[in-house]
Design a protein around this ligand. Structure first.
Ligand code: UD1
Length: 426
């Protein structure tokens, strides 16, 4: 009989202690793709131990790179050939939507990219129109055929004025990585400002790229003819940091998060303050303490520096046991509320209408089997399980593993009753 892994979370423990962060999933994958822009050997450090890093490594290998992952040192060393291949196959892209981030580097460096169209990771339809529009403005010919996006540029890409209808993280990255080797100047207006964008800009600058306006919504890129390989450390994962912060608040615990950037989480930490937590900013992270039932807090997800959509399920979990009612508004991914149906299995009282969710706090949740539908939903369900009476069995563990390196041991080290188990599927 086939078996699947589950997490069994038994609620009621107060979490207390220290955890250390590693690099951001949403940055490291793009940094790995960016190495394609320069022949030679680049080293990325502070790499998280997650499956997506392996998938991206495999993708780069198929493009002709040598990839060596050293988990002990948390590094990935990538040697890029003079002329990489340019095809990203469906079997990898379907496992990791972020594979699309090789599009920009390949078109600008090799003049071609055939990238399988991603299916999305269960959080709503995620278009690529702004990626395509940006590349076309720079002179690339972009079509789609048999499930592949085909981008070609007969000569060097040409810098262009571009703007985004919405500050998309992915589209900003694609255009940015295409522009660094283009001829002339590219301007990206209404660019995303996420810390992961700043991280990639800093790596590209260290490779010799000329980028102005880093961290603002207007990026100006002066194309150069060639870039050099680099060593670069991945920015800490602010979403994992925020998940720990909620873990402290929801369990009325006391967690210190090291190797974190509190300034990348300002709104989320402020919200926890409003919920009644005491938040102390430290030199290398922060500490969150809570000594009473949290108060409900309203949330509106927005592009950075707004409240991150990737912390929305965790805050719905918090609100589900809070005192009072909270209105949560999701502006980025329409299907994110699918998580709410699973949370309801634990007894949470949440009503959704379009992109709003009304959460009425309950004094207790009750453990039940639930299914993680994406990475952050999985985190939200584990958090809810930490305070539910009895045992919550979380299926879909593979999703959680994609975003949270060493999650179970870290949870256990600060007092959680969580085990990973194989169960047979009926
Ligand atoms: C990245 C993150 C994801 C995070 C999101 C928003 C990675 C691997 N993933 O996703 O965890 O939740 O940023 O912070 O870094 N859109 C279009 N057309 C486009 C591009 C985007 O319509 O050409 C729409 C999408 O459908 C979505 C919204 O814009 O509704 C946000 O997308 P975007 O900011 O691009 O997110 P991702 O880069 O996919």
């Amino acid at each position: 009989m086939p078996s699947v892994e589950v997490l069994r979370v038994t609620g009621g423990r107060r979490l207390s202690g220290e955890v250390r962060l590693s690099g951001a999933k949403n940055s490291v994958l793009k940094l790995m793709a960016a190495t394609l822009l320069a022949p030679g050997t680049s080293v990325i450090s502070n790499v998280p131990e997650i499956l997506d890093v392996e998938i991206m490594g495999e993708l780069l290998r198929r493009l002709g790179c040598e990839v060596a992952h050293n988990p002990e040192k948390a590094t990935v060393t990538i040697t890029v050939p003079e002329r990489p291949d340019h095809r990203a196959d469906y079997d990898l892209v379907r496992r990791m939507r972020a594979s699309i981030c090789v599009l920009g580097p390949l078109v600008s460096r090799v003049g071609a990219a055939d990238v399988a169209l991603p299916g999305g990771d269960n959080i709503g339809s995620r278009g690529l129109d702004m990626h395509v529009d940006g590349l076309r403005r720079m002179g690339a010919d972009v079509t789609s055929e048999h499930g592949y996006l085909l981008a070609h540029s007969p000569g060097r890409l040409v810098g262009a004025e571009t703007w985004l209808d919405f500050p998309s993280v992915g589209a900003t990255e694609t255009i940015l990585m295409a522009a660094v080797l283009a001829e002339g100047t590219t301007v990206i207006d209404n660019a995303a400002r996420e810390p992961e964008i700043v991280d990639i800009c800093e790596m590209l600058q260290a490779m010799g790229a000329r980028i102005d306006g880093v961290g603002t919504s207007t990026l100006t890129i002066e194309g150069v003819e060639a870039l050099q390989p680099v060593s670069h450390a991945t920015v800490p994962d602010r979403i994992v940091a925020g998940t720990w912060a909620v873990a402290a608040a929801i369990t009325q615990g006391d967690i210190t998060v090291r190797d974190a950037r509190a300034d990348h989480l300002s709104i989320a930490l402020e919200k926890l303050g409003t919920a009644g937590a005491q938040v102390d900013i430290l030199d290398d992270g922060f500490r969150v303490r809570m000594d009473r039932r949290p108060a409900a807090v309203d949330i509106v997800t927005l592009p950075y520096p707004g409240f991150p959509t990737d912390l929305q399920p965790q805050f719905i979990a918090l609100n589900s046991v809070a005192e009072g009612a909270a209105l949560v508004t999701e502006n980025l991914f329409e299907a994110r509320f699918r998580f709410v149906q699973e949370l309801a299995r634990l007894g949470a009282e949440v009503r959704t209408d379009g992109h709003h969710a009304l959460v009425r706090g309950r004094s207790a949740l009750s453990g039940a089997p639930v299914e993680a539908t994406d990475i952050r939903a999985g985190a939200g369900l584990v958090l809810a399980g930490l305070v539910a009476e009895g045992t919550t069995t979380v299926y879909g563990v593979g999703h959680i593993d994609r975003g949270y390196a060493g999650f179970v041991p870290a949870l256990r080290s600060i007092g959680a009753d969580v085990v990973r188990e194989e169960v047979s599927e009926a």
